[in-house]
Design a protein around this ligand. Structure first.
Ligand SMILES: [Zn+2]
Length: 104
């Protein structure tokens, strides 16, 4: 049996960065609208927000178009097309069942 751990590590990494950048983007936007009248420094936060949105879009692209190392098909296309709930977190490949988080 082949070991796909190295490729799946990349997938897990981009998935984590995607979630973190989403949380950071929302938090920064809220901070900006909450504090930008009081602190002049926060005027520059719009550039930070723009950068975070770009990072988030890039990571979504990396996760969305990740190809399964076992069957070489997209890792998360099935639930988007068929709306299958068990695939909503994209932990398993919808085509061959390779798990990104469990030992295969
Ligand atoms: Zn697969």
């Amino acid at each position: 049996m082949q070991d796909f751990e190295e490729e799946l590590k990349k997938y897990r990494y981009w998935n984590k960065v995607s979630v973190l950048s989403f949380i950071l983007t929302i938090t920064t936007i809220l901070l900006y609208f909450w504090l930008h009248d009081e602190i002049v420094f926060f005027e520059y936060f719009k550039f930070v927000i723009f950068g975070l949105i770009l990072l988030f879009l890039f990571t979504v692209y990396k996760v969305r178009y990740f190809t399964c190392p076992k069957c070489k098909r997209f890792f998360s296309i099935s639930y988007l097309l068929q709306g299958e709930v068990y695939q909503a977190n994209s932990r398993d490949c919808p085509h061959c069942g390779l798990s990104a988080y469990k030992k295969n």
